[in-house]
Design a protein around this ligand. Sequence first.
Ligand code: NI
Length: 167
Amino acid sequence: MALRDILIFPHAHLRKVAKPVQTFDAALATLVEDMFETMYAAPGIGLAATQIDVHQQVIVMDISEDKNEPRVFINAELLSQEGEVEHEEGCLSIPGIYEKVKRPARVRVRAQDQHGETYELDADGLLAVCIQHEIDHLNGKLFIDYLSALKRDRIRKKLEKQTRRAG
Ligand code: NI
C-alpha cells in the first residue's frame, strides 16, 4: 500500500471527468487500497480517485466513528434524489474550508464493489451528502461550486497563498 498525494484546489486536474472502470483487476485493488490508506491518513471520510489524479470512477468512504466501515463505490450512479438538506461540508482538496451546502437529503445509488459486484443502496444523512460530494468529484465538480462566485474566489486566493508559502 502507498500514500498518494492529494490534489489541492485550484489544481486544474480536479476539473477532469473520470471514466468508468472496465476491468476489475489487481491494479484496481491496489488503487482502492491506496485510496483507503490515503483517506484514513488525511484523515477524511471520503475520497474520489480524481483527488489523487486518477481519472477513473472510484470512490472510497468511511463515515463511521471507529473507522471500521469501509465502503467502495465504483461506477456509481444516482438512481434518485429527493428532499433537501443543508450540511456543512469540507474537502481534503480544499483544506481548512467548511461551508454549508444544500443538497437532496436522500439518494438511491447503484455502484459496483471492488470485485465488480453490482449493488444498490438507499442513503440519507451524512452518507447521502458524502456520496453526492464524491460523485461530484468524478464529474470535476467541487462543493464550493455551490457557493457564490465571490466566496469561491476568496477561497481560491486563500489557498493559492498557502500553496505558494508551502512550495
Ligand atoms: Ni471532497
